[in-house]
Design a binder for this molecule. Structure first.
Ligand code: NAD
Length: 353
């Protein structure tokens, strides 16, 4: 039995989380596993119900679960609140409390979705498969900051230990893929990047079986668009990873396709779609649940060691998309447009068969 803390969150969060549960149920039925779901509020819902974005009961449920499945959080209703009390603060606190320093964001262009990519086939080669490994609990987002007297500052701080643990994770992941790591930094300008590079070079020397290259972040932005199929594992610091993973993600066709896993050295990890709460389409039943469902597949693989089950979910998603049944964000002329729940039902049915 695997216990999963489910935090549906706000906006389309609950809409895309529900199909995940149906999909996990189908996996359980086919492979003989039991998944136990326990629900808790986070973000705006938690502010409304409990007065803070990460209530202690939610954190404790997450700590005691085998894994956490999160929908999305935030929305216009809570934008007037000061930053530390806004929904997003709940997510930052959850990552920090659970020590989730490694954010894995696969960006895969599937052959059956090549028409959805904004890039030409001649650029993508029709398909690509990269994994962005973003450092998640250091850098500018967590360094000292302030704003007073017409002056504001944010500070980027990294320690060797923080760089080494994300680097080791990237090399280990590359060994399970195409054995290639690209480390992205700004070592021509930033001291943190020079430290980053020296640690990465030490790790490169320890992993002679893995191909390695450094790339400056501005060049990386260009090369990701110019030759995405050349990348395997891309490892980078927090803010560079935030920006580059959205860029790489959009090359796959829709943000509604992109899953993520946030891992630490502890037992519990958080799985969530890359997208936000999409207030513009919330409540309409049209959101693409694929990113959330593929996040659940990452949970099966990384937290539960169920590689065959994860592959069954991924294959089912591809089978439905290849059958040209798609949500509105992905559909091109000739496709049948389906809603969020129907997409979930189709994926669950494909797993069962
Ligand atoms: P967003 O990702 O919510 O939406 C961007 C665009 O993508 C919108 O047009 C939306 O309709 C579309 N979109 C997103 N997910 C989709 C899906 N599954 N299917 C179809 N279309 C989809 O980003 P935003 O509009 O900048 O932010 C909205 C709110 O979400 C904000 O409050 C923001 O802070 C929050 N946010 C939360 C997270 C998170 O929970 N991890 C991440 C990013 C943004």
């Amino acid at each position: 039995m695997f216990s999963i803390a489910v935090l549906p969150g706000d906006g389309i969060g609950p809409e895309v989380t529900a199909p995940c549960l149906a999909v996990l149920q189908a996996v359980g039925d086919r492979f003989g596993h039991r998944f136990d779901f326990a629900f808790a509020p986070i973000g705006g819902q938690a502010i409304d119900e409990a007065g803070c974005p990460l209530p202690p009961e939610t954190l404790s449920l997450c700590r005691n679960a085998d894994a956490v499945l999160l929908g999305a959080l935030g929305g216009p209703k809570w934008e007037i609140l000061p930053a530390p009390r806004r929904p997003e603060a709940g997510l930052l606190a959850l990552r920090q409390e659970l020590g989730l320093y490694a954010n894995l964001r696969p960006a895969v262009l599937y052959l059956c979705l090549r028409e959805a990519s904004p890039l030409k086939d001649s650029v993508t080669g029709g398909a690509f498969d990269m994994l962005i490994v973003r450092e998640l609990t250091g850098g500018l987002y967590y360094g000292p900051r302030g704003c007073a007297g017409g002056r504001a500052y944010d500070t980027m701080v990294y320690t060797e230990r923080e760089i080494e643990r994300i680097g080791r994770r990237a090399f280990a992941l590359a060994r399970r893929r195409r054995h290639k790591v690209t480390s992205v930094d700004k070592a021509n300008v930033l001291d943190t990047s020079r430290l980053w590079r020296s640690v990465m070079h030490r790790l490169r020397d320890e992993h002679p079986d893995v191909g390695y290259g450094d790339m400056l972040v501005d060049n990386a932005a260009m090369q990701l668009v110019r030759r995405p199929a050349d990348f395997d594992v891309v490892v980078t610091e927090n803010m560079f990873g935030d920006i580059l993973s959205d860029l790489a993600g959009m090359l796959t066709g829709s943000i509604g396709l992109l899953p993520s896993a946030s891992l630490g050295d502890g037992a519990v990890a958080v799985y969530e779609p890359v997208h936000g709460s999409a207030p513009d389409i919330a409540g309409q039943g049209i959101a693409n649940p694929t990113a959330a469902v593929l996040s659940a597949a990452m949970m099966l693989r990384h937290s539960f060691g169920l590689a065959d089950e994860a592959a069954a979910v991924e294959d089912a998603v591809m089978a439905v998309l290849a059958g040209r049944k798609k949500t509105a964000d992905l559909a091109v002329p000739g496709d049948e447009i389906v809603g969020t729940s129907e997409m979930g039902r189709l994926i669950a049915r494909a797993i069962a068969s």
